[in-house]
Design a protein. Structure first.
Length: 157
């Protein structure tokens, strides 16, 4: 085979590796987002009563089925100012949440917008761990594809 085949094959392998790298990066961003909230949980000493003010629908599908999931947006009041937090890590099947549902919100007195809903602390911790595991797995796969693609290109020039 000539070098153009290896060049094209290596280029496609690198391209696929970069796509997998984008997936790894999205999991890493999710990990960082949830971690930043959980790492500040010790600052969240004040509490307020929150309620579900909105239910956000998320459409999902696979090869055979389509379904709708949902997650809540919880609004709470501190010093006569309303704050809203969207709990995308608390995604459940449609019909699980109902508008007006009450939840205990822990927030930082110095920054009331930084909060954690007590009932969802464990799912957040689970989500953080899952995101970290997927980040590592996809990063290893990315590294493998890029090294393989580069070796195909440079060993067959």
């Amino acid at each position: 085979m000539d070098s153009s085949f290896y060049l094209a094959s290596g280029g496609l392998t690198i391209l696929f590796g970069l796509i997998v790298g984008i997936v790894a990066f999205s999991f890493f961003r999710r990990f960082k987002k949830v971690s930043s909230i959980l790492n500040r949980a010790h600052e969240m000493t004040a509490t307020a009563n929150g309620r579900i003010s909105e239910i956000i629908n998320v459409r999902r599908r696979n090869r055979s089925f389509r379904w709708t999931n949902e997650y809540p947006a919880i609004t709470y009041t501190v010093d006569n100012k309303d704050y809203t937090t969207k709990l995308d890590y608390a995604e459940k099947r449609k019909g699980h949440y109902s508008l007006g549902g009450n939840y205990r919100v822990c927030y930082s007195p110095s920054d009331p917008s930084c909060c954690i809903v007590e009932e969802f602390r464990k799912p957040m911790q689970s989500n953080r761990t899952q995101s970290l595991v997927f980040t590592v797995i996809f990063a290893i796969i990315t590294f493998n594809f890029i090294i393989t693609g580069l070796s195909e290109i440079f060993l067959h020039l």
